[in-house]
Design a binder for this molecule. Sequence first.
Ligand SMILES: *Cc1c(COP(=O)(O)O)cnc(C)c1O
Length: 229
Amino acid sequence: MRVAENLSHIRSVIENACERSGRSPSDVTLIAVTKYVSNERAQEAVESGIFHLAENRKEGLLEKRAFIKDKRVTWHLIGTLQTRKVKDVVGKMDYFHALDRLKLANELNKRIKKGTLNCFVEMNISGEESKHGISEDQLVPFIDALAEFEHLRIVGLMTMAPNTEDRDLIRSIFRRLRVLRDKIRDLHLDYAPCTELSMGMSHDYELAVEEGATYIRIGTSLVGDERKG
Ligand SMILES: *Cc1c(COP(=O)(O)O)cnc(C)c1O
């Protein structure tokens, strides 16, 4: 399938979900996750009019960035980042979705020489041990501790729902993230406006939009997965 065809389907799902939940589709930013596809396929996404691209690893980010020269693209790093790799990606991403520890925050802050990096704090709401992210009860102390990092701007919270068919469970996790987002937003911290919600992937973005997602990260159903066959 052409990216454009997948895109038109996804856009209509987003519009309907917005309609049902009294939201505006313009408040939902679609990010194409290109980690399982070639540079050329990522380029096709850009040509279809998607100007937000994401990779989950440093290597993928640097490779796609070097190939896609379009200045309109906003680059997102959505996967966990090892501290020793921070120096390679600073200045190469516009948004980082996986801030989950102070050591990493410290290293990012140290390496960024000017301006601020837009960060999402990654939350582990489901409590699955395999997942990255901080737990709910650590959120406020974590946000407090981020105050000293002048180059980090906490734009919102991010989570990944469990891979399950239980729609009610997924919905409850997205809802929980929104409550936490509201809680931090309402503190009115200069360094942590926390207005955004990064949640929803191929199998659950419709629920995420209904629950208030402002950034959705879609790979497989938008650009595909070239690892299979
Ligand atoms: C891979 C990935 C996605 C996209 O997953 P799909 O199911 O292919 O849409 C979204 N968010 C993160 C953090 C990812 O690693």
